[in-house]
Design a protein around this ligand. Structure first.
Ligand code: UT7
Length: 329
């Protein structure tokens, strides 16, 4: 395929908040959380910020890719929960890591953010506007979670994941030229009310703006279980591949039951759907790159393997990318 991942990195905050600790904050328990979500713990930022986590993940990805920060010409940060609006998180990361030649900007596509960033980078590279891009998903969701709402606060965690992507060395597209932009994206703003968060810095005279995540969990669950298998089939059709030809499905880590439901609907064994949400909870746009990095660092990815990445969440937004793993395992 035209764009390859050359290196990955991640950064998780030191503080681990397990289900027992969370049951001291809200009326819940470990059994309920694990059986409904699969989550056992999550990492929560204390000293860390979105910029500091993103910069660490980025440096690790650059090192893994053996690419110098100066070689990066495009730096995209996907986030919904950074502490800062201006300058954008990507510009602060640029400063931290010395990516002086990069155009840097943030995007907000919630839990689909990394999938969108990959497509943006693939498009820029394909158009000849970029050679090496650094993509980061970073979230400090603890900033915007209502710690009195048991329906949401149990789900989310903080962290960052990053990937360096560049054109295939020989400029080839899948060796056969059959797929140019290996990505499918969708949005449906008409259903946006099922997962919202008002800008915490916004002002309304009646004080009605509240900067907390509010969610209709059941609706999101149904949407994800229905749409993710469809978008996976769409990307496979576009790439001319069958479900069986995919080695791993790296899905947004929201809920183990959602991942199970997607695997069942695709008639694919759950062993092809790696998960780490047990440890990190839902880290929104950071979940896919954090999981990719773990698979990479643990030697679970082999050169030539086909991976499908898929994300879904607020917007509503959803999408999938397909890529061939290029790093020697
Ligand atoms: O990145 C995308 C972001 N969002 C998601 O991925 C969310 C997708 N949705 C989900 O993961 C699930 O819908 C949840 C885990 C959020 C909720 O699971 P559920 O099986 O859909 O539970 P529910 O909301 O239908 O609630 C069932 C019961 C309710 O009690 P009653 O009305 O049956 O008495 C809730 O009040 O569970 C109660 N409940 C809890 N009990 C203990 C809700 N949250 C909790 C809790 N602990 N934390």
């Amino acid at each position: 395929m035209f764009v390859k991942i050359k290196g990955t990195g991640s950064c998780l905050p030191e503080k681990v908040l397990d289900n027992f600790e969370i049951s001291q904050l809200v009326d819940t328990n470990d059994e309920w959380i694990q059986s409904r979500t699969g989550i056992k713990s999550r990492h929560i930022a204390r000293e860390e910020t979105a910029v500091s986590m993103a910069a660490k993940a980025a440096k690790r990805a650059l090192e893994d890719a053996q690419v110098a920060a100066e070689e990066i010409d495009l730096l995209i940060v996907s986030s919904v929960s950074s502490e800062q609006l201006l300058p954008c998180t990507a510009c602060s990361v640029q400063k931290e890591i010395g990516a002086v030649n990069a155009a840097a900007f943030d995007l907000n596509a919630a839990c689909s953010g990394f999938i969108v960033a990959y497509q943006m980078a693939a498009g820029q590279i394909k158009a000849g506007l970029s050679k090496k891009a650094l993509l980061i998903g970073v979230e400090c969701l603890s900033n915007i979670v209502n710690w009195e709402d048991r329906g949401t606060c149990i789900l989310f965690g903080d962290g960052a994941g990053a990937a360096v992507v560049s054109a295939d060395e020989d400029g080839n597209i899948d060796g056969r030229g059959n797929i140019e932009i290996p990505s499918v994206l969708h949005s449906d703003g008409s259903r946006g009310e099922v997962l919202t968060c008002q800008n915490p810095t916004g002002k309304r005279a009646d004080g009605s703006l509240k900067g907390y995540v509010a969610m209709d969990g059941r609706e999101i669950y149904k949407f994800a279980a229905r749409q993710v298998p469809v978008v996976v089939k769409e990307i496979l059709e576009k790439a001319g591949k069958s479900v069986e030809e995919v080695d791993l499905f790296v899905l947004h880590q929201a809920n183990a039951r959602i991942v199970d439901a997607v695997a069942r609907r695709l008639h694919i064994g759950i062993e092809k759907f790696p998960m780490n949400l047990q440890e990190y909870g839902n880290t929104s746009s950071a979940s896919v790159p954090i999981l990719l990095n773990e698979l990479n660092r643990n030697g679970l990815l082999k050169k030539g393997q086909k991976l499908v990445l898929a994300g879904f969440g607020a917007g509503l937004s959803w999408g999938a990318d397909i890529l061939e793993w290029d790093i020697k395992g």
